[in-house]
Design a protein around this ligand. Structure first.
Ligand code: ZN
Length: 150
């Protein structure tokens, strides 16, 4: 178990320090803003849809290592998924970081995102881990108001 924890730690540190997809998407992308005032995390999530499929996803923002790693891993995992698949992934991820039971299938789907499972031991950090996801949902549903975790 501790090997797995070390691996998870490595993934979070790597994505926290060198976030993937940390850029804007110009032209035709949906976007939404989110903030977690408790920690000071801020994020803007971009999704570009082709029909119902997420062709590209990215984010900009600043925050703690957990929020950055979560946004980085999230945007990496979204490309090629349908919006329904993305919403399923969101539900599985939120359950995971809240420490709720998820199915082996859901765990498979989450892949590297499972590295954030340790967050469930730190309730304050759950908001850091889920911020990008709630913001993604707002972008997919084209909701105009900024997302806040408070
Ligand atoms: Zn945070």
């Amino acid at each position: 178990m501790s090997d797995l924890r070390d691996l998870y730690q490595e993934i979070i540190l790597d994505h926290g320090k060198r976030p993937r997809n940390h850029r804007a998407i110009d032209g035709g992308a949906r976007k939404a803003e989110g903030a977690n005032p408790l920690c000071g995390d801020r994020v803007r999530v971009y999704v570009k849809l082709e029909g119902d499929v997420i062709a590209d996803a990215s984010f900009l923002g600043s925050g703690c290592a957990i929020s950055t790693a979560s946004a980085s891993l999230m945007t990496d995992s979204l490309k090629g998924k349908t919006t329904d698949e993305a919403k399923k992934l969101l539900r599985a991820f939120v359950d995971l970081v809240k420490g709720l039971e998820i199915s082996p299938r859901e765990r498979d789907d989450l892949g590297k995102l499972a590295s954030l499972s340790g967050v469930c031991a730190y309730p304050v950090r759950v908001k850091c881990a889920t911020l990008a996801w709630h913001t993604l949902l707002a972008a997919l549903e084209a909701r105009p108001d900024p997302v806040t975790t408070e």
